[in-house]
Design a protein around this ligand. Structure first.
Ligand SMILES: [Zn+2]
Length: 95
């Protein structure tokens, strides 16, 4: 079985409907696999899945999200918020 293009799609964990033709967007990809955002057509809830491939198997890990695909891509590559950032905002608001 050629797994180079296969993306495992479970049923929607919220409503149990088969994802089928639900819109899926590849957010990011590298030589090991890709990050896929999928929105359920039945309940409109979204999940991001990290799909990884090797010669023996395909595996995926899902994460529920409130972000749409565009926002998820934006935040995936954004700088992380640090404690210094939080303190800077606090001090800026305190002035
Ligand atoms: Zn659903």
């Amino acid at each position: 079985m050629d797994t180079s293009q296969y993306i495992p799609m479970p049923d929607c964990p919220f409503c149990g409907v088969f994802y089928g033709a639900s819109p899926r967007v590849i957010i990011d990809e590298d030589k090991f696999g890709e990050m896929v955002h999928i929105t359920c057509l039945a309940c409109h809830r979204a999940m991001a899945m990290q799909v990884e491939r090797n010669v023996h198997c395909v595996k995926s890990i899902g994460l529920f999200t409130d972000c749409n695909a565009r926002d998820y891509k934006h935040f995936l590559h954004s700088k992380r918020v640090t404690l210094d950032d939080v303190l800077a905002v606090h001090e800026g608001l305190h002035r």
